[in-house]
Design a protein around this ligand. Structure first.
Ligand code: SF4
Length: 465
């Protein structure tokens, strides 16, 4: 049978399932129905939500930031930390009340949480008012699922499919056109002992270089100034991550490139050389260390030692003494002693990160670490976290001082916190810079001379030409 297809506003061809749903929507609603979408968790989830929004927009939905005005509520969930998990169940309680007032409201829960069988079981048993449940792979099938709910009043649950294929036709509806994320790969092969990601996002799959470059070219052509390449471990990108950076660097236009995240076992000298030599690549590396103690790193299944981590740092600092690093740290890992925690504090001083993202260990069932005795109490974890952050605050304030007197390139994106007339954005080095300037400068690159370092940002003034 010949495929039925029509063109949507973007010039893309609509698939039959999207056409079928959009026709049903037109017959049901006098006005385009509104969707409220709430995203929990990481940049990858934000990117997935943008794909869901693109699919829904093709089918005729518009978007609202008020759940009480919505005809469709989508919760795109995160399974990485327990508090995100609890918040989803908390929010669902509120949405149940909306459904009691409006029986036509459709509620959909998707993402990493619903890729787990035990969560789907809970949804099926105790959350009967949720109409659609799918995991991390189901966005493409959303029009089919919504059709089933609307037309036949059926509840649809579709999780656990292996998502080993990449759907290049899944576009994103981006709310921020100046800063955009571009996934380059999906899934993870690393199985860090505390992490649920490999279980809910499957094994690594890389997008083709040409597909990534085409997307970047299109974004830049539409005025995008900052591209963030996304992957759980971009350094294991199948076609060579440095080669990809070189290809993107060759794309014409006034833009810069960031990437998230790197795994220290796969990041080496070649990556540092690329960061320093490619003019569009931001001069910063986010390199999650997680712990400053080798025994804990082994228990975390991270496959590097503190010494190996420091080799990368030292190489970068040899080439550029002010090279910017940020990192992720977990405190209170099962069995971690205070002495082992102090090794992490020592590492902060040794590396001098510009910023750290620190978390208390959160047990995730299904992971290897969940089998270890979680012997650090919540109270102790909270104290360790505060101690670590205090230590880092001092380091940040002193270490940011290296930029005073220098001129940095900043992309201001919002009003500043410093006072009237200040605007704020990040430098190539990923540091927040505030300076006085008209709002007309927002979303364009500005050369800013740094006059002061604070413990959270730099203060500067527009460079005299
Ligand atoms: S590299 Fe480790 S922490 Fe990162 S997503 Fe993969 S398993 Fe999780």
């Amino acid at each position: 049978m010949k495929n039925l297809s029509i063109s949507c506003g973007s010039g893309d061809i609509l698939s039959p399932d999207r056409i079928r749903l959009s026709q049903l929507i037109k017959s049901r609603y006098a006005q385009p129905p509104a969707c409220y979408i709430h995203t929990y968790g990481c940049a990858q989830n934000v990117s997935d939500s943008e794909k869901i929004m693109h699919v829904l927009s093709d089918c005729g939905y518009v978007f609202t930031d008020k759940p009480e005005n919505a005809d469709l509520i989508v919760l795109n969930t995160c399974a990485v930390r327990e508090n995100a998990h609890d918040r989803v169940f908390g929010n669902l309680g509120g949405f149940k009340k909306l459904k009691q007032k409006n029986n036509d409201l459709i509620i959909c829960v998707c993402g990493c949480m619903t890729q787990q069988k035990q969560v789907v079981d809970i949804m099926e048993k105790s959350y009967g008012f949720v109409d659609v449940v799918f995991g991390t792979y189901g966005a493409k099938q959303l029009p089919d699922m919504l059709y089933e709910v609307m037309k036949n009043g059926k509840r649809v649950v579709r999780s656990f499919d292996e998502g080993d294929l990449i759907s290049e036709e899944m576009k994103q509806l981006r709310s921020d056109t100046v800063r955009a994320s571009v996934p380059i790969m999906y899934g993870c092969n690393n199985f860090c002992s505390y992490c649920i990601v490999p279980y809910v996002r499957g094994r690594e799959r890389s997008r083709e270089v040409s597909a990534v470059c085409d997307e970047v070219r299109e974004l830049v052509g539409n005025g995008c100034k900052e591209i963030t390449l996304l992957g759980q471990n971009v350094n294991s990108y199948s076609y060579g991550f440095v080669k990809l950076l070189e290809r993107i660097n060759d794309i014409e236009g006034d833009f810069r490139v960031r990437f998230l995240s790197s795994h220290p076992k796969d990041a080496g000298r070649e990556l540092i050389d690329a960061i320093l030599s490619l003019d569009k690549v931001c001069k910063h590396l986010h390199l999650p260390v997680q712990s400053g103690n080798d025994e804990i790193l082994k228990k975390m299944n991270r496959h590097y030692t503190v010494g190996e981590y420091l080799k990368i740092v030292d190489y970068a600092r040899e080439k550029d003494p002010s090279f910017s690093f940020t990192t992720d740290i977990i405190v209170g890992f099962p069995g971690e002693s205070y002495e082992q925690f102090c090794d992490t504090k020592k590492l902060l001083h040794r590396v001098r990160f510009d910023n750290i993202f620190s978390y208390v260990y959160s047990k995730r069932s299904g992971t290897k670490a969940a089998q270890l005795e979680d012997n650090v109490s919540d109270k102790e974890k909270g104290m360790l976290l505060r101690e670590l952050l205090e230590e880092q605050r001092d380091i940040t304030e002193k270490w940011l001082g290296r930029f005073v007197g220098k001129t940095l390139t900043v992309l201001p994106t919002e009003k500043g916190r410093t006072g009237e007339g200040y605007i704020s954005g990040k430098s190539d080095e990923n540091i927040i810079v505030e300076f006085k300037g008209g709002e007309r400068l927002i979303n364009s690159f500005v050369r800013v001379k740094i006059i002061k370092a604070m413990n959270w940002a730099l203060l500067g003034e527009i460079e005299d030409k």
